[in-house]
Design a protein around this ligand. Structure first.
Ligand code: NAD
Length: 436
């Protein structure tokens, strides 16, 4: 099938590449000429495990193309996916200007029946708005489908190739057939393609992300309580996670959720609720808890240094909002960095993939290690913000030799408390007994 993907970021590039992998002829459109130039010449623009191999293969086999021209990109396309940004507007609601702007142009460009698919995360009612924007400029028949994306950065290729489920929101029989055919290769193991109306599909995405964010904030509050009451959150987590109704995943406490999705999607659902005259009480609390959680380690660090961080030098491991990605949007590490700098501290950082992106934001306000150990030199303490695997079994001799104090503040609970006690570290984590 001839497919176009408009927007070639984390979702668009994975979507386009994976559809090419199943034999489709895919053109990806992006307004960022630099990105298109790099991708056309075989240079991948994001870090995503497994993507590069598929990208190279499909580029070589001429099933994957890139252009800045929407007109050229949609020629003869049976399906056009919109994988455009929907960032929060000033009031917290999703900014639909990218999606509606492209919809407006599509109305002027389509020449034959086309299925136009919202892959971006958009509020309930957006499919109707997209359809209206297209219809303003054309009499050519088309259908608008809501097909929210559930891929997780870091495992995006696996998630796309073997989705737990595919949600297709449309009431058009014709569009349903086209979408079913396109997704059939991805659900051969029997995972469901769930068809529903557009509005339910749109809300499903927000409900999923908001539920997961709620799970995280809930566990973060349990962790706070564990510290206050002398319980161990690891035990509580295992104790409740073995209940099938709760499940083992997403129960790890830490220094808050970040990324380009959870913060904005929770906020957007709260805003949609307000517009529908409903006060979504739980989600307001989820956001409040997460805001505070990003700086959860700060009081512990301050207490250790007698409340004065001026002139202190910190090493920080992990900058990406989660492991296996270079994405730093809303990353808790950045909030920590801002706070520590404002207190007069200096920071040397290391992240396996996100350093380039952080340099663009932070410049020379902080220094950058070439590897995880040389950023420790002469630091007063190590702070861990992202649970990259490479940090999980480090060389503790190297750490203690490089650090001025044997002090680790771990926002992701990477190490066993008992081990850190044996090794003689001052070790503070989230929801567990501190080693002091
Ligand atoms: P992104 O910022 O990585 O990519 C968006 C791309 O769209 C950029 O390359 C940008 O240059 C391009 N773009 C902007 N305006 C354009 C235009 N007029 N024409 C063509 N291209 C244009 O965003 P993303 O993370 O891929 O997210 C896209 C959507 O998918 C969002 O709604 C997001 O909420 C949703 N989503 C994201 C994820 C994720 O993990 N990143 C997962 C599921 C859903």
């Amino acid at each position: 099938m001839k497919i176009t993907v408009v927007g070639t970021g984390y979702v668009g590039l994975v979507t386009g590449t994976c559809f090419a992998e199943t034999g489709n002829d895919v053109t990806c459109v992006d307004i960022d000429a630099n990105k298109v130039q790099k991708l056309s010449s075989g240079q991948i623009t994001i870090y995503e495990p497994g993507l590069e191999k598929l990208f190279e293969r499909n580029l070589k086999e001429d099933r994957l193309h890139f252009t800045t021209s929407l007109e050229e990109g949609i020629k003869e396309a049976a399906v056009i996916f919109l994988a455009l940004p929907t960032p929060p507007g000033a009031d917290g609601a999703a900014d639909l200007s990218y999606v509606l702007g492209v919809a407006d142009q599509l109305g002027k460009l389509i020449t034959d029946y086309t299925v136009i698919v919202d892959k971006s995360t958009v509020p309930v009612g957006t499919a109707e708005k997209v359809a209206a924007a297209i219809a303003r400029n054309t009499t050519v028949p088309f259908d608008v489908v809501s097909n929210p994306e559930f891929l997780r950065e870091g495992v995006a290729v696996d998630d796309f190739m073997k989705p737990d489920r595919v949600i297709i929101g449309t009431e058009s029989e014709k569009a349903r057939k086209v979408m079913g055919e396109l997704f059939a290769p991805f659900v051969r193991q029997g995972n469901p393609v769930i068809y529903m109306d557009e509005k339910s599909a749109e809300l499903t995405k927000y409900a999923a992300n908001s539920f997961l964010a709620t799970k995280i904030s809930f566990m973060n509050e349990i962790a706070i309580l564990c510290e206050k009451l002398g319980a161990d959150v690891d035990m509580v987590r295992r104790g409740i996670g073995s209940d099938d109704r709760i499940g083992k995943r997403f129960l790890f406490p830490g220094i808050g959720y970040g990324g380009s999705c959870f913060p904005k999607d929770v906020q957007a659902l709260v805003k949609s609720s307000e517009e529908a005259n409903y006060d979504f009480k739980i989600l307001n609390a989820v956001m409040d808890v997460n805001e505070a959680q990003k700086l959860f380690l700060i009081p512990k660090i301050k207490a250790y240094f007698g409340n004065d961080l001026k002139g202190k030098h910190f090493a920080m491991w992990g900058l990406a909002f989660k492991p296996n990605t270079d994405d730093i949007r809303e990353a808790p590490a950045l909030y920590m960095i801002d706070y520590l700098l404002a207190e007069g501290a200096t920071i040397a950082v290391f992240d396996p993939e996100a350093m380039g992106n952080v340099k663009q934001v932070m410049g020379d306000k902080i220094s950058y290690g070439e590897h995880q150990y040389n950023c420790l030199e002469n630091a007063d303490a190590l702070i861990i913000c992202t649970e990259w695997s490479v940090f999980r079994t480090p060389d503790f001799n190297k750490i203690s030799t490089a650090l001025k104090n044997k002090a680790i503040f771990d926002g992701r609970n990477l190490f066993e408390v008992s081990r850190m006690s044996e090794l003689g570290y001052h070790y503070e984590s989230v929801g567990r007994t501190p080693v002091v």
